[in-house]
Design a binder for this molecule. Structure first.
Ligand SMILES: *Cc1c(COP(=O)(O)O)cnc(C)c1O
Length: 400
């Protein structure tokens, strides 16, 4: 048997690929149960060794049909607002529900208190406004802080420490707006500054954070280090993360440390399978039009932007036949990227994009009336199980 494939296709093996591609309806998201379990086991081991608590940030991955699979590995879920908090509360029974929202709505607050046990506020205004009510309801309250320490270049859209950022309270605001006097309301601090990053970036960020806000930590019960930790990536520096967590435990023994990654739970645990619908040419550019759309089905390709990995394809011009892969929509910029192949593409040929479990099924849309891809599980026993398929009603139902 051939060895398994390399990242981000490491969940698959050469021998199963052709049959898989042959049998799948397209477009579809194929979720990889074996890889989800591998990620879960790695994160569970980290919690056991260090005593930290790891939450699933549902904005990255919220296929709740798989929550029972993930539940044994995690401490709870993290939500970006009322609906995700409710989903976590309903579908991960018995687990913690944390919520952070840049601003809470008046009409949602009462209901939110039914679902969330940890509520993180983004400003001292919001803490003043809702804190007493939430505390009365027995909630553990936190405040998101901004350590003003950027560690990412290139993707400003994912940098909450950028100039003028609305996310998190700066030290200047904490002091000017009377932060210390609100400490009796608070049980925790929260910061989230990373995106697909490794532990050295966390280490530097944490040092900057502690320099600013460390003096207030002894009166608290928890510290949440946010998400963006790419812990399940093959070359992630896990020993360093463990040292960081050990160091925090020594320095602040009373604090529970939370991490709330999204991506790391489902990293390289899904694929988007699509087919070539047409091949056209404009001057030197060979276009291949697929039944999957960047704009609709992999929105981060345009939003981040990035060029997703495609199985058996090279960089433009690297192999003999180069194509520009694009979606079937009317958007000129609905382009996934330029890729090269050993042989010319054919109409009807399946293609498989990697690392498509995250920020896809929970972020796609029906722009242009595009159908949503089915969500199919590749089970550990090799069987395929359709978790959800979509139709016209899913498009129409949101419009009136
Ligand atoms: C986006 C986000 C996360 C998860 O980030 P990943 O990059 O998916 O790990 C966690 N916490 C907060 C506050 C976030 O905004």
């Amino acid at each position: 048997m051939q060895p398994d494939l390399r990242p981000p296709f490491r969940g698959l093996s050469y021998h199963q690929l052709p049959a898989l591609l042959e049998n799948l309806p397209t477009p579809c998201y194929l979720l990889d149960e074996r890889r989800l379990v591998e990620n879960g086991e790695l994160l569970a081991g980290l919690q056991e060794r260090t005593g930290c608590q790891i939450l699933l940030a549902q904005k990255a991955f919220a296929n709740f049909g798989l929550y029972p699979l993930l539940a044994p590995y995690l401490a709870g879920t993290e939500a970006s607002g009322l609906f995700e908090a409710r989903l976590g509360s309903e579908e991960m029974p018995g687990k913690e529900v944390h919520v952070f929202c840049a601003a809470y709505r008046e009409e949602e607050m009462g209901e939110l208190l039914n679902y969330a046990d940890h509520i993180v506020f983004n400003s001292l205004n919001q803490l003043r406004r809702w804190g007493p009510l939430a505390k009365e309801a027995g909630k553990s309250l936190g405040l998101r802080l901004n350590p003003e320490f950027s560690t990412q270049e290139g993707y400003a859209i994912y940098d909450p420490c950028g100039e003028g950022s609305r996310l998190g309270v700066t030290l200047a605001s904490w002091e000017a707006e009377g932060g210390p006097e609100l400490l009796p309301l608070l049980e925790g601090f929260h910061f989230h500054t990373l995106c697909e990053q490794d532990s050295p970036d966390l280490e530097r960020t944490l040092a900057a954070f502690l320099e600013k806000f460390g003096p207030f930590l002894p009166s608290l019960r928890w510290l949440n280090l946010g998400g963006g930790h790419h812990i399940t990536r093959l070359n992630y520096d896990l020993p360093r993360l463990e040292r960081i967590l050990e160091g925090l435990k020594e320095r602040y023994p009373a604090l529970t440390i939370y991490l709330e990654p999204g991506e790391a739970w489902a990293l390289e645990a899904g694929y988007l399978v699509t087919r070539v619908l047409d091949l056209t040419r404009n001057g030197s550019v060979h276009n291949a039009i697929l039944d999957a759309s960047a704009a609709c089905h992999m929105p981060d390709v345009l939003e981040m932007p990035y060029r997703p990995p495609l199985y058996a394809a090279g960089e433009a011009q690297e192999k003999a036949y180069t194509y520009r892969l694009g979606g079937p929509t009317c958007l000129a910029g609905d382009i996934i990227g330029d890729y090269s192949f050993e042989r010319p593409l054919k109409v009807g040929q399946p293609l498989i994009f990697g690392d498509m479990a995250i920020y896809t099924t929970c972020k796609n849309n029906t722009f242009n009336g595009m159908p949503l891809p089915s969500i199919i599980l590749l089970r550990r026993d090799g069987q395929l199980q359709t978790l959800k398929s979509f139709g016209y009603e899913d498009f129409k139902g949101r419009l009136g």
